[in-house]
Design a protein around this ligand. Structure first.
Ligand SMILES: [Zn+2]
Ligand SMILES: [Zn+2]
Length: 894
């Protein structure tokens, strides 16, 4: 078998996948099943050995692959054992502690404190907690943020390994729970962070025990020294400092959202993640130095391995660089002890080592991306180069030496002869020394061509994963990579040279950093220049699973055909390449229809943290998005630039998950940040038919939104109280505000909110934005009280006690109340008073902070309710039939 390690790794992955994703697989960890699996593995090994001795090679190989599948399943089962008794989330779930108040924690620092643009971050391992006078042993991870106010004391001096006591109110990490939304909580849990907390004042930390410095602690100290050195070398150039911190040390915390979006738009975000490219640049540079200093190959390899180990320890976000270094190590070790290992086999060995150590890594999308990239390069890129440009590049070596022609195939020997002819002919026209640079130039062109082919292969190969994970298709990617990749190859070694020089003597570092600054500035200019073309990238839903499966199947089959040179293999390769390209086009254009049910009115209250976002679909498929949440700056240390944008991270992924590329109408109830902030991202990410806003008020967030709409040619329509109209099969009416009341006032208030009433058949929905009691009272005073009646009420103003008054509630008489509210919000929403008011009125309550996204659909008679977080104490379906009053039946017929 040509690729033994690849076959083993594939079987092992299949086994792990079986253990992770098959229904009922979570039962595997019970001890009886484990013993059964172990027995299967042992019998399998025995059988394959017996078969091998009898010469049945194929059957034996199949049996041993089957054993690897079983071992994979076994590994996944063992890795999924339930967490220990004292694990903090388990302790919380079993209600031994609660997080309503600040608690006294005993913690150990697991990393050096990280300086961030807004303050400091401490990653801590939990040891114990004081709760109601008792000390409980506890395990798990806590991330502590500290944002000092300008006049506040400097942060406490602590180092890795120190144990201290801490008084802080911890909470679960913020996440949005909607279909299609990235689960930030699970992602942080994978990194060992189960809770987050904010340090209110430095005095709340009390050091108990200083740790002795271990060798790994020393390396981490060196890392923070290097970070400071980067800042010193780039004094006055914050953009460069941020990018270099990321490219050299894997610390992306100083890169702001705009910068990282520009890198994503141009398809070069990977240069900000220390991974394969950086390791390759680092190792190649060291190898080159080793050869220049005339070290032996073994000596150079050993020094590179040592340097890579230090590099892995130094970098902040470790997994990608660990994977790349492991790959490099496998290649180096193999080249020392065995023959040259095939790239795919080396990658497979590295993957096997990582997966044996932790089978759950298979779930990690960064793991999948790393090995997918290796697969693309090894399976498609290298064979393609071998068939096209590589032999020509090889035949350039010693081109002037006639005696070496015989070592090349006739075609390439002829190429050498022609080349010498061209050189001698040109030396009659230009000086001979200039003519002799032709082969060098040609070599450079070949390198360039190689890079272009590899970039193309990578861009196409990663397409489905990038479309699924990041919902972005980048058209300028190959062009920008042609510049960014060589620049990275330059910046990494230059950067480490400058850092090293700077540590020795600062002026020397500043001198060494000059070329580094030029290269980094060129990189930033290139990225910004390409990013400002709006057509260079666009957003898209993830292709259906069958397309992605067909894509990878054609990719693997193509890779399998490429090494063979027969006419039949060539025909097959052509077929598979065509299949690959057509599925890639499907991924990149998403020609599929969005998913919705006809003849139902659908209302989705999305989980956008503290804020509102409602998505409606009419019975005939028109879409209306009301509000988009907004970056919530209420938690200290999470203000503005670093708090997640729910428009980008909750609303857009949800809409993509249902296959929408276009939204017919986007409406803003009122110009408050928690409703409007996220809509800018929605306008950027989707084709929008119209923007509905209330009466004109001057508020910066509204201005920004209207500017964005105008720039994209989206008409802005002012709405206000008026008559009901037919909205694509449903009846829609604006009950509030009356436009004359608030026109051209400065500053937005909750009472500006657009209030929408929708009716379909016998069922109706009332969406009052953030209106408070005054507007409610005025609405009640108006004549058409029947208009207010609704089966489903989006409870006003996130469940504040100043909205949804008793009088209002008794007119609306809802069956279901949906409260859109952020977990642990500092306003105390929803208020206990309001909750009891709703309970007295027998309203069944659904809350986005507890239930995640809430969906209500109706066919005009029955209401169906479901939530993203399944909660068994809440009904799933209501099917109450009520005859419609006569006037409603009349409306319905119209
Ligand atoms: Zn609000
Ligand atoms: Zn508001």
């Amino acid at each position: 078998m040509k690729l033994p390690a690849v076959a083993l790794a594939a079987s092992f992955c299949a086994g792990i996948a079986l253990g992770l994703w098959c229904p009922g697989a979570d039962q595997l960890s019970s001890s009886r099943v484990l013993w059964l699996l172990i027995a299967c593995a042992v019998v399998g090994i025995a059988v394959s050995f017996a078969l091998l001795r009898r010469g049945a090679l194929f059957v034996s190989a199949t049996a041993s692959l089957a054993v690897w599948v079983v071992i994979g399943t076994l590994g996944a089962a063992i890795a999924q054992q339930p967490p220990p008794q004292d694990f903090v989330l388990r302790v919380l779930q079993e209600k031994h502690i609660d997080l309503q108040v600040p608690l006294g924690w005993r913690v150990q620092l697991t990393n050096e404190p990280l300086r961030l643009p807004w303050g400091w971050r401490y990653d801590l391992a939990l040891r114990s907690v004081e709760f109601q006078g008792e000390t409980l042993r506890i395990s798990g991870g806590l991330r502590l943020n500290y944002a000092p106010r300008p006049e506040a004391a400097s942060p406490p001096v602590v180092h890795i390994g120190d144990i201290f006591s801490l008084l802080a109110q911890a909470r679960l990490p913020q996440t949005y729970r909607n279909p299609g939304t990235f689960d930030r909580r699970a992602y942080l849990a994978q990194q060992g962070i189960d809770l987050v907390a904010t340090l209110r004042a430095p005095e709340l930390i009390d050091p108990l025990q200083h740790a002795r410095l271990t060798p790994s602690g020393r390396l981490i100290l060196l890392r923070s020294k290097l970070r400071d050195e980067v800042d010193d070398l780039c004094a006055g150039l914050p953009d460069q400092a941020a990018v270099l911190r990321a490219m050299l040390l894997g610390d992306r915390s100083f890169i702001d959202r705009r910068e990282s979006t520009d890198f994503q738009k141009t398809g070069v975000f990977h240069v900000l993640v220390v991974a394969g490219l950086h390791v390759a640049a680092f190792a190649t540079f060291l190898f080159w130095v080793g050869r220049k200093l005339r070290f032996s190959v073994t000596g150079t390899s050993v020094s590179i391995l040592l340097a890579l180990a230090v590099y892995v320890a130094l970098v902040e976000q470790r997994p990608p660089v660990l994977r790349a270094s492991l790959m490099a190590a496998v290649v180096l070790v193999a080249s020392c002890f065995f023959r040259r290992l095939d790239l795919l086999n080396s990658a497979a060995v590295a993957a096997l080592i990582l997966l044996v150590a932790n089978p759950l890594e298979l779930r990690d999308s960064s793991f999948q991306l790393s090995f997918l990239a290796m697969g693309c390069i090894g399976g498609l890129g290298v064979p393609w180069l071998d068939r096209t440009v590589q032999p020509y590049a090889k035949s350039l070596r010693g081109w002037a030496d006639v005696t070496r022609d015989a070592a090349h195939a006739p075609k390439f020997a002829q190429f050498r002869i022609d080349l010498r002819g061209v050189v001698s002919w040109s030396s009659t026209l230009v000086p001979a020394s200039m003519a002799r640079t032709i082969p060098k130039m040609l070599g450079l062109i070949f390198r360039f061509w190689e890079l272009l082919l590899l970039t193309l292969v990578l861009q196409i190969g990663m397409l489905p994963v990038l479309a699924s994970d990041f919902h972005r298709i980048t058209l300028s990617g190959p062009a920008v990579n042609l510049i960014a990749v060589p620049l990275t190859g330059l910046i990494v070694p230059l950067g480490f040279l400058a850092l090293l020089a700077g540590l020795l003597w600062h002026p020397l570092g500043a001198l060494a950093a000059m070329p580094l600054h030029w290269a980094t500035a060129l990189l930033l200019h290139t990225v910004h220049w390409f990013a400002h073309f709006s057509g260079s990238s666009y957003r898209i839903p993830a292709a259906p699973a069958w397309v992605i499966l067909a894509f990878f199947a054609s990719g693997i089959l193509l890779a399998a055909c490429l090494p063979y040179r027969s006419a039949r293999a060539r025909r097959l390769a052509f077929t598979f390449a065509a299949a690959l390209v057509s599925t890639a086009v499907l991924v990149a254009t998403y020609p599929f229809k969005p998913r919705w049910t006809p003849d139902r009115l659908e209302l989705n209250a999305l989980d956008v943290g503290q804020g509102d976002s409602l998505f409606l679909i009419s019975p005939k498929g028109r879409t209306l998005l009301i509000d988009g949440g907004g970056a919530f700056a209420g938690f200290p240390g999470e203000s503005g630039h670093n708090s997640p944008d729910p428009g980008e991270e909750a609303v857009s992924p949800y809409l993509w998950s249902r296959g929408f590329k276009r939204i017919d109408v986007v409406a803003l109830t009122h110009a408050h940040q928690d409703h409007a902030g996220g809509l800018v991202a929605v306008l950027e990410n989707f084709a929008v038919g119209a923007l509905w806003v209330g009466p004109e008020v001057s508020a910066p967030v509204l201005q920004k939104l209207e500017e964005e709409a105008r720039a994209r040619g989206v008409p802005v329509v002012h709405q206000g109280g008026g008559e009901p109209f037919n909205w694509d099969g449903a009846q829609l009416q604006f009950l509030w505000p009356h436009s004359s009341d608030n026109a051209n006032r400065s500053g937005a208030t909750n009472d500006d909110s657009l209030v929408l009433h929708l009716r379909y058949g016998n069922r109706s929905v009332l969406l009052p934005g953030d209106v408070e009691q005054q507007s409610e009272r005025e609405m009640l005073n108006e004549d058409a009280l029947e208009d207010l009646r609704a089966d489903v009420l989006k409870v006003g103003h996130h469940g504040s006690k100043n909205s949804t008054t008793q009088a209002f509630l008794s007119e609306v008489r809802p069956e279901i109340g949906i409260i859109s509210v952020g977990e642990d919000n500092p306003y105390g929403h929803p208020s206990a008073e309001l909750l009891s008011r709703l309970a007295e009125a027998h309203v069944r309550i659904l809350r986005t902070d507890r239930d995640g996204a809430v969906q209500v659909t109706t066919d005009g008679r029955n209401l169906n309710v479901s939530c993203f977080v399944p909660c068994h104490d809440i009904f799933q379906t209501i099917s109450v039939e009520r005859p419609a009053p006569k006037d409603q039946q009349h409306d319905q017929q119209q």
